[in-house]
Design a protein. Sequence first.
Length: 74
Amino acid sequence: MSENQPGGTPSGLNQEEAREFHAIFITSFLFFTGIAIVAHFLVWLWRPWFPGVDGYSMMNDATEKFATVVQYLA
């Protein structure tokens, strides 16, 4: 596209359109990343992927740990 227009960009967008696209892209990326972080944290609370020395049997008191985390965050 830039071959047909002198001073054009490879994407075919002008500076204003490129900035608008970039803002939407960054916002979407941060939103998706935030959801992914929250999802990973919730899954880790449910089933940690690095069990302790006793294996998964130590997860019997998971509700107490969850309550501690909630109190810490509040």
